[in-house]
Design a protein around this ligand. Structure first.
Ligand code: NAP
Length: 310
């Protein structure tokens, strides 16, 4: 079962499972509002009961979230919605899964960390280390706090049957995202200034979906894992890569600092999540982010704008 099936990740999860011939119950927000406790119970009971008749494990992949991070910071109604969708609802889903013998894979975010980077540790190559799942959290904004609390509700409601998977910098074929925005701006402006002091790992939603499906099919122990595209860049680095994919001059993208481009929600300066937990669980590493971007724009040429659609 996929919840939030109309979003970037949810669309890819549902598409992938269908292409694999799985029986999948994929529900968009219009089909299941995950904040509606009665509706969640009914939907999970019906699905898990039906699914148990077969051999497949019953796994609920929760891709639903309130993701408007700036709005959550500035609008009290949005903050309340973020709490309901990101904190309360994952607990409802996990509890329903526990009641009906299903497992839940719940997706969370780099925003649960403060962005200062893990203290006192270097990466194997001597560089700066990525966050491990057990590193202390410390979200700096509303969205991150609601997501962190949602993780906790999932762990409490389904202690033996949950996976919390934190990811970062997600883009895909569905909805607004950074890649699409940069491609549009390439057609509108001669030069762009893009933040060059926030580091992270761009993640194609389809690669993440492949990983989450592998996790759902695996016998991995319950717990928290990190999964992003491989490697590290900045938003400026990602914007330059989009220009390269367009055949435009990447030098038209100039680096700037976070301070020069203030936003309502604080962004983590260091969003890098170590893949060690993922590979230690026997799961296939997501491919390097740059390779993934090239594959993504082949699959979704519309990401690069109307002119790029072949
Ligand atoms: N995008 C990123 O950069 C990023 C980074 C780190 C982690 N994540 C996490 O990755 C997961 C997937 O995110 P995404 O990028 O696919 O986000 P997305 O495209 O915004 O998709 C989220 C989906 O959840 C739906 N939704 C919202 N409220 C709901 C409700 N009450 N009941 C059911 N569905 C509801 C949304 O529907 P509407 O559009 O109708 O509201 C949307 O279809 C989320 O857990 C997110 O926190 C994302």
């Amino acid at each position: 079962m996929v919840t939030g099936a109309g979003g970037a990740l949810g669309t890819d999860l549902a598409g992938l499972l269908r292409a694999d011939g799985e029986r999948v119950t994929a529900l968009t927000r219009a089909e299941l509002d995950i904040t509606d406790a009665d509706a969640v119970e009914r939907a999970v009971a019906a699905w898990a009961g039906a699914d148990r008749a077969g051999d497949d494990p019953a796994v609920l992949l929760n891709a639903a979230a309130f993701t408007a991070v700036d709005l959550a910071e500035t609008d009290p109604d949005a903050a309340r919605a973020a709490h309901e969708v990101n904190t309360v609802a994952p607990g409802l889903l996990a509890a329903a899964c526990a009641r009906h013998g299903a497992r839940i894979v719940h997706v969370s975010t780099d925003y649960v960390f403060d962005g200062a980077g893990p203290a006192g540790r270097s990466a194997p190559d001597g560089g700066r280390a990525g966050y491990e799942p057990d590193d202390p959290t410390g979200p700096a904004g509303v969205y991150g706090r609601t997501k962190e609390a949602g993780e906790q509700r999932v762990r409490e409601a389904a202690p033996e049957a949950h996976h919390v998977v934190r990811t970062a910098w997600v883009y895909g074929g569905t909805g607004a995202n950074f890649v699409r925005t940069m491609a549009r701006l390439a057609g509108e402006r001669d030069t762009l200034h893009v933040v060059d002091d926030q580091h992270g790992s761009p993640t194609w939603s389809r690669d993440l979906a492949v990983g989450l499906v592998a996790l759902g099919r695996s016998g991995a122990a319950p717990g928290t894992l990190h999964a992003t595209g491989g490697g590290v860049t900045t938003w400026c680095g990602l914007a330059r890569a989009v220009f390269e994919e367009l055949g435009a001059d990447p030098e038209r993208v100039r680096g700037c600092t976070t301070a020069e481009f203030p936003r309502p929600a604080p962004r983590p300066a260091w969003s890098v999540l170590s893949p060690a937990s993922w590979t230690a669980a026997g799961l296939p590493a997501l491919r390097p982010w740059r390779e993934a971007l090239s594959a993504a724009v082949v699959r979704h040429p519309e990401l690069l704008g109307p002119a790029a659609v072949r």
